[in-house]
Design a binder for this molecule. Structure first.
Ligand SMILES: C[S@@+](CC[C@H](N)C(=O)[O-])C[C@H]1O[C@@H](n2cnc3c(N)ncnc32)[C@H](O)[C@@H]1O
Length: 292
């Protein structure tokens, strides 16, 4: 076990102890930070107010000897095109977790080379729009929206960029109108638990049948700074995803549907590490038979 891994394991054990004995938090915090001398700035993400900061983002660094493309290919046994497109991206910065790359390709593959209408929430430095243009091809209608007015300068580069909030329903409707409809939405915006469901409720009904709605970086569902925390009533997985699972099975219970505007058109909910994919397709009453 590496020293870093050992450190994380010890912290995980301490967190478990503190969850069961919150009164130990203050003395534990002092021991870990002051007596053991673990630097606070290397442990930036606080998982909960009664937990020792645990997630050190550096522990997720890719294997520098392998490089970005090979790290993705070997780790996920992936031989598709997107690893290269991502790894060779130049100019505008793009930031993606490596596990997303094969997943994007798995779900987006059938749309490549077609005149699809793709909307990414969260433009930032513009690298992802550049990556999508290379991946989907010239025919695709690619739009990005962002709250940051600075992003306006990226308009027309790899796609169209519009400035506004993912919680502004009028703005969202106007962008989709301008696009002539939307086939794929990728929410890589604020990652806040208060925003993601608002955007989903507004945009999912606008996605064409046969389309997709993705939400990424959902590890934030476990972070208080994004309005989430472990199994809390604000955690996206405990709220929206649980409701969608229950709604999907509404035929078999008497508690009704919680989010019919999504669930009546969502036959498949795919959950991956930090990435959720919702299929858009009208849900039909199930039927059964016995054949001999
Ligand atoms: C994670 S970055 C996007 C990264 C980019 N998609 C990429 O892969 O390189 C998130 C972006 O969301 C934007 N953002 C934050 N809150 C937002 C909101 N309420 N509406 C729209 N965009 C928002 C931020 O300004 C930021 O540029």
């Amino acid at each position: 076990m590496t020293e870093k891994r050992l450190e994380v394991t010890v912290l995980e054990a301490l967190n478990h102890l503190i969850s069961n004995h919150p009164q130990l938090l203050a003395p534990m915090y002092e021991i870990v930070h002051d007596r053991l001398g673990l630097p606070k700035n290397e442990l930036p993400y606080v998982l909960g107010h009664n937990r020792i900061p645990l997630i050190d983002i550096h522990q997720f660094d890719y294997d520098r000897q392998l490089g970005v493309e090979m790290d993705i290919r070997t780790k996920y046994n992936y031989d598709g095109i997107l690893a290269r497109i991502y790894a060779e991206n130049k100019g505008c910065l793009v930031h993606k977790w490596h596990q997303y790359i094969p997943l994007y390709d798995r779900y987006f593959g059938p749309y490549r080379g077609k005149k699809i209408r793709f909307l990414e929430i969260g433009v930032s430095k513009g690298g992802s729009l550049q990556m999508w243009r290379k991946y989907f091809g010239d025919e695709a209608i690619i739009y990005g929206i962002d709250l940051d007015p600075e992003c306006a300068k990226l308009d027309g580069q790899a796609g169209q960029v519009r400035i506004g909030s993912q919680t502004d329903l009028q703005f969202l409707a106007s962008v989709v109108d301008e696009m002539g409809g939307v086939d794929i939405v990728l929410d890589d915006g604020s990652h806040h638990m208060d925003h993601i469901p608002v955007t989903l409720k507004a945009l999912f009904p606008k996605v064409s049948e046969g389309g997709l709605y993705l939400i990424e970086d959902l590890h934030t569902a476990y972070w208080e700074s994004f309005g989430g925390s472990y199994r809390s009533p604000t955690n996206f997985f405990s709220t929206v995803i649980q409701d969608l699972i229950d709604d999907m099975h509404h035929w078999y219970h008497k508690d009704g549907q919680k989010r019919p505007e999504v669930s009546n058109f969502c036959p498949g909910v795919h959950i991956h590490d930090s990435l959720v994919v919702l299929e858009k397709q009208r849900v039909l009453r199930p039927s059964r038979s016995m054949i001999a």
